[in-house]
Design a protein around this ligand. Sequence first.
Ligand code: TRP
Length: 336
Amino acid sequence: MSRPAMRVVSGIQPTGGLHLGNLLGAILRWVRMQEKTECLFFLADLHALTIDVEPGQLQSNVREMAAALIASGIDPAKSTLFAQSAVSQHAELAWLLQCTARVGWLNRMTQFKDKSGKNKEGASVGLYTYPVLQAADVLLYRATHVPVGEDQKQHIELARDIALKFDNDYDSELFIPPEPYIGGGTAARVMSLRDGKSKMSKSDPSEMTRIHLTDSDDEIAQKIRKAKTDPEPLPDDPAGLDARPEAKNLLGIMAALQDRSIEAVLGDYAGQGFGQFKPALAEALVAMIGPLRSRLEQLRADPAELDRILDSGAARARELAAPTLAEAYKVVGLTR
Ligand code: TRP
């Protein structure tokens, strides 16, 4: 099988909509990458079954997230965009890889420990083997690079280990051990607007901690106005933000919006307080999110068109996935 020079694969769980953390931390990098290389992006709806989600909600979450990705700049003419469950090879390869991955490897996965909490015995097996399905997602397409956040790096390491063990055990050269991809411009780790030490998250009970793509201009301005800060003026050196997580977060957001370094942003605001900085930040956010929100509204109005986009993405993905799965079946001895 020919080896792609560079192929990017990444997925996101369809939790409903996108928030600023997804956008600045991941999606805008995807958008920049699609200009440079072959990219496949998918809605990880099989993974979404590991969290409690209403069956009636899943399909609309997939459409909503697909619309948000397209509104944010993922161009289905450039990138292959699809729902994971529409390409059955993901689940099939995941089974073969579960027979390669070791229990000891999965026991080291910190995300499972975090998500299962105190109730390990009561957690689903799917939550436990989640990283193996994730390995299948990328190995299936022989991805060379996987753009992910810090919290997913361990899963990409696992995918590498699985790829190497599989090819070693079966004396094959089927899989490409993927690299986590760090490039693609400024990626911000966006934190909660109320607590600079915890990540901006869909699951935080307070709406004031995050900004959604669907927030109105007024809501955005209000959330920034109320964002937690401190009374000190802004320093001229990024090191001066180290003990000020909330300040650092807001500066990081501005830097990501402008695709500049925090240092460059501090060049404009050193010595000023948040009374000056916050209105500028709100304005920059409204300027970026406003147009995305209008595009999102247009896309939502035509679910049939969204389904067509996802169907054609899935057809393309299946074409790429089928030869890898066929070869994997052959290598393990399941040739028909
Ligand atoms: N686990 C990833 C997350 O929560 C989502 C995901 C599923 C993914 N499959 C993937 C990311 C494959 C990269 C590649 O963010």
